[in-house]
Design a protein around this ligand. Structure first.
Ligand code: 5AD
Ligand code: SF4
Length: 416
């Protein structure tokens, strides 16, 4: 979501005639788009702002902006701690971004280049289909900083998809905190997927993220039969313990999750299911952790993101009495991460010696390496004499690493 918001801001700045520079030392304007999901992200934002103070000391004309989720709820603190910051705009204030930037461009008399021809074809593009979240998982700050869930008009989404694919973009990634609860004018998420896949020039569609409580049979059937939909589902489990799931307000039990997981695997055998786990939610006992560990062993995710619980201001979990000590969280986190990486690597070994179709996302001309992604959303690296960025090609998998695979080129599948 943040990458998408940052892309939109960059696009706007380019349209205004500003140019991207390689180093912040050469910049007239620097903006940090913040995240507040975990404390570590906030810490990173403050250290970046600390470093930017030196830039401001050298160039008092520099415009420094702080935007995003942390700017939403901590604007006072940011302004107090970093007095040299020029503007702070929260995630809900996004509509004021254009006005604010224009004001500073005029005020500081920044040089703009109006002849610049901006906008190149992107290999993939994120498209937001809904904003906010109304689920109120007890650990999560998102509903407070991004506001309640709101689905975007499917006509607006379709138009954006059309514009994007007509420029040559091969992959569309539909974004929302809980895409499964999309609903606009009677069109649900499956309906939206159908509408989008029927559009001319749409080649590959991805979406994230899913909530197990809302993922319908209708959606699973659509994925099974619609070959434009990539074979990857990110389905956060968060915990394998029913006590913890209940305290997290996730609204499903581990058994319900497992049933759903099996159903998806049965109906879409080539799918890759990845997940999120939070370690050290308040009250997590050794037994609760064991349940989570066993769930990870049993379900065998293709990829697992393991997060250390981080108490977020104003969330119910932050006020719970039985917070888990950090050293216990670190130990459990390490155990699960190590184990799940071994599992994911083993699971992906089934691709060795098989030919897979990948979309090339990047090319490093110095090392002559292409970075691509298969339908299952696994990163694939291979050597290539040519820059194939934006093309869908066949490659043969030679080696599996914990979070990526190496391959060699076979033939061009759909070169354009
Ligand atoms: N602490 C740790 N992890 C969190 N997540 C969300 N809130 C917190 C928190 N307070 C994780 C969840 C979610 C992912 C995007 O971030 O696992 O799925
Ligand atoms: Fe946060 Fe839960 Fe909403 Fe995801 S579904 S954004 S974890 S409140």
């Amino acid at each position: 979501m943040n990458v998408n918001d940052s892309d939109k801001m960059s696009e706007f700045l380019l349209q205004q005639g500003l140019e991207r520079c390689d180093s912040c030392f050469d910049a007239d304007m620097v903006i940090v788009n913040t995240c507040s999901v975990r404390f570590s992200a906030e810490h990173k934002a403050y250290s970046l702002l600390g470093r930017w103070k030196e830039l401001k000391d050298k160039n008092p004309n520099l415009v420094i902006g702080v935007v995003g989720c942390m700017a939403q709820y901590a604007s006072k603190e940011i302004k107090a701690r970093c007095k040299y910051v020029d503007f702070v705009l929260g995630a809900k204030d996004f509509d004021n971004f254009a006005k604010t930037v224009k004001r500073f461009v005029t005020k500081r008399q920044l040089t703009v280049n109006n002849d610049r021809n901006s906008g190149c074809t992107e290999v993939f593009k994120y498209i937001t289909i809904m904003r906010g979240c109304s689920n109120f998982c007890s650990y999560c700050i998102v509903p407070y900083v991004r506001g309640p869930e709101q689905s975007i008009d499917y006509n607006i989404i379709s138009d954006e998809v059309k514009r994007t694919v007509d420029k040559g973009t091969k992959e569309i990634i539909l974004l929302g905190q809980n895409v499964n609860s999309y609903d606009f004018g009677g069109v649900n998420f499956t309906g939206l997927l159908r509408k989008i896949s029927e559009l001319e020039n749409v080649t590959r569609i991805r979406f994230m993220t899913n909530h197990p409580k809302d993922l319908s049979d209708e959606l699973i059937d659509e994925i099974a039969k619609n070959k434009k939909i990539c074979r990857h589902i990110h389905l956060p489990l968060q915990s394998g313990s029913n006590n913890i799931l209940k305290a997290m307000n996730r609204k499903y039990t581990y058994e319900q999750y497992e049933t759903l997981y099996e159903k998806i695997k049965n109906k879409v055998p080539d799918i890759n299911i990845t997940s999120d786990i939070i370690i050290g939610f308040p009250g997590e006992t050794d037994k609760d952790f064991e349940d989570t560990f066993n769930a990870s062993r049993k379900l065998q995710f293709g990829g697992l993101f393991v997060f250390k619980y981080s108490a977020r201001p104003d969330t119910p979990a932050a006020k719970m009495a039985n917070q888990v000590p950090l050293d216990v969280i670190k130990k459990r986190h390490h155990i699960l991460l190590e184990d799940s990486n071994i599992i994911s690597k083993k699971i992906n070994e089934k691709y060795i010696d098989t030919t897979v179709e990948v979309l090339v996302e990047k090319y490093n001309s110095e090392t002559k390496t292409a970075e691509a992604r298969n339908s299952q959303s696994i990163k694939v690296f291979f050597n290539s004499e040519m820059d194939l960025t934006g093309q869908i090609v066949d490659v043969k998998i030679t080696k599996v690493l914990p979070n990526s695979m190496s391959a060699e080129r076979t033939q061009i599948y759909n070169a354009q």
